[in-house]
Design a protein around this ligand. Sequence first.
Ligand code: ADP
Ligand code: MG
Length: 385
Amino acid sequence: MTDIRDDVVAGFESAYGRGPVGIWSAPGRVNLIGEHTDYNEGFVLPFAINRRTVVALGPRDDTLVRVASEYADELAEIALDQLAPERLRDWSAYPLGVAWALGQFGADLAAVPGVDIYIESTVPVGAGLSSSAAIESAVAVALNDVWQLGLDPQTLARVGQLAENKAVGAPTGIMDQSAALLGRRDHAVFLDCRSLESELVDLGFARAGLEVLIIDTGVAHDHATGGYAERRASCEAGARTLGVESLRDVGIDDLARAREVLDDVTFRRVRHVVTENQRVLDTVRVLRSQGPTAIGELLDASHVSMRDDFEISVPELDLAVETAQANGAIGARMTGGGFGGAAIALVPSEGVSRIQVAIDGAFAEHGFGQPTTFTVTAADGAGRD
Ligand code: ADP
Ligand code: MG
């Protein structure tokens, strides 16, 4: 297998007829726990994974920004002074949206050179592993270096989020970009989405002989429309009715009152967010005090909450989780925004293949399309390669 870094240089050369000045990359991420808490100013615990989006970049003599990707047939281009969210569409809205968003965070787009960008990735698209934040973060660190902007990783995370919110039009939170930019090998990023303060938490998976199995159901999700925006609106409505700025301000003890003043659906949406925040705090505490083999019940409870209260699971995700649990996983849950995508299972290394076989069998038995399963490790965040 050739290295993706060789591929991205070859791709750059064939797209632009010259070599790049450098290569940058950013990882996909898995959220260990803390789902739909980010935009409620709560807590999340993602980790960067050993699958990356790699960007080769070369500055230009003019003001054009051109982007090409092995993912897409056509090259997209726009002049720096034409960058605006409403002019960007399709996949190129991610990288070009980042260029625009850097301008919103102080980059003087009239003073920087145009660039040619070529992108390759080993992060599967639409699997809940945030290929979108990987591409945004890889482009953000590359432009930050080449344009000598000196923005810190926390700010670059907000740049990526702004690009996704405004240029792509997906109302997502700050979690994915934070994991992609701040992650570290064998650690998770414990992120407070209100203060944006983060701490690395030692996962200890390798020491404990544990692996994280990703079960990509292959069921497509679409965050730009539908369920995600609707859940977000429910959370905002719940907070409004409860008289708080965000659901971060609601604790477990407030749920009894919430049940009285909210309609049933809104109450269950709120209960998911409130209990999920608590589960993130508990997971961090248990990781530090007892180690990773003790977090299984928290992962399992998170899935039940998403399935029954937030109602963002699908039968394929439920089956993946139940089959993993029944075949020796320490814990399992769907991960990502929901309505498809992937589940994760924390599994003793020697039990991985047994669970994979069991899941393949269960999916076949239910007449579901075959899922893709693979293990990931916690890896370093974005940077220059
Ligand atoms: P995910 O869960 O993978 O983040 P999203 O729908 O949020 O799914 O983002 C996927 C989109 O990001 C793709 O449809 C594509 O537009 C863009 N994208 C991701 N990776 C690449 C890539 N390597 N090259 C071009 N576009 C990409
Ligand atoms: Mg995404």
